[in-house]
Design a protein around this ligand. Sequence first.
Ligand SMILES: Cc1cc2nc3c(=O)[nH]c(=O)nc-3n(C[C@H](O)[C@H](O)[C@H](O)COP(=O)(O)OP(=O)(O)OC[C@H]3O[C@@H](n4cnc5c(N)ncnc54)[C@H](O)[C@@H]3O)c2cc1C
Length: 326
Amino acid sequence: MSTTNIPASSQWAISDVLKRPSPGRVPFSVEFMPPRDDAAEERLYRAAEVFHDLGASFVSVTYGAGGSTRERTSRIARRLAQQPLTTLVHLTLVNHTRDEMKAILQEYLELGLTNLLALRGDPPGDPLGDWVSTEGGLNYASELIDLIKATPEFEQFDLGIASFPEGHFRAKTLEEDTKYTLAKLRGGAQYSITQMFFDVEDYLRLRDRLVAADPIHGAKPIIPGIMPITSLRSVRRQVELSGAQLPSNLEEALVRAANGNEEANKDEIRKVGIEYSTNMAERLIAEGAEDLHFMTLNFTRATQEVLYNLGMAPAWGAEHGQDAVR
Ligand SMILES: Cc1cc2nc3c(=O)[nH]c(=O)nc-3n(C[C@H](O)[C@H](O)[C@H](O)COP(=O)(O)OP(=O)(O)OC[C@H]3O[C@@H](n4cnc5c(N)ncnc54)[C@H](O)[C@@H]3O)c2cc1C
């Protein structure tokens, strides 16, 4: 794949991807994170090829808290978009002035990367710590949307936002969370992607709240973010970092599978986790989710196992190369 500055071709607006007919098969998409080193970056590209071949509707690339991963975000997004894979780039407000954000948006545009997930981000170091404003910067994702909408040269951006089935951990009430999520949808976001969650009821209640509060903007697609569960330790860590809840029945089932020795029983834990994630995905499909967005942590195996269980992919096998998998 090329790393030159050719604008990305074959890019669909994600709001159009979500409207595309997909008979007999719910679309799926995947999230990647900019890795810290070049070897891991190469593995990510191999994983992207696997998901491309499996028919992913789009790939997203998160925006890191630190400088080097930020540079990787646009490099990786550009390279993925050459594959061609419809690519969604994330952008956060953390440590950026308005002018810096405008420069990044301009760069994305020049690269043909017009799908943007507009986010506030979390304070680096302690994601659950107090929000730190940047002088000359913005404080809420809605302000980034307003900035983009107020800038004529940014009209090509197709905007998505984050939403939170359990409510954002900083919102005092679910009503407040609904109000601010709706403000972003009314401001011009076309869809949202949810934080990982483990109880489908939370997703359905978010959807109900939004539609009840605004039948037009509240009815925009809510793409469920699914983290395939492969280990007790990692799911606990992810939950801790995101402020999401691990339902007690799931935790108990994973602890039972671990049987006092996580390492020795990792296959059992994985089996329980993948089955749980598959059941969630089945219910989400039955409930009409427009797309399933898998948080892959840059690995292919767990997501492909869930897709296989759903009848959406062949069984995961050695042909993809052991280093690209988990
Ligand atoms: C799908 C997804 C992808 C993500 N990708 C990344 C990533 O790439 N990089 C990264 O660093 N983080 C990422 N995050 C994490 C996200 O940035 C954090 O969860 C962050 O705390 C909230 O971001 P937001 O865009 O929802 O913020 P906002 O919409 O700004 O909301 C933040 C808080 O402020 C409240 N609020 C909003 N507007 C107002 C207002 N006008 N007045 C008062 N209160 C208000 C909200 O209720 C909420 O509690 C992602 C999250 C999700 C769900």
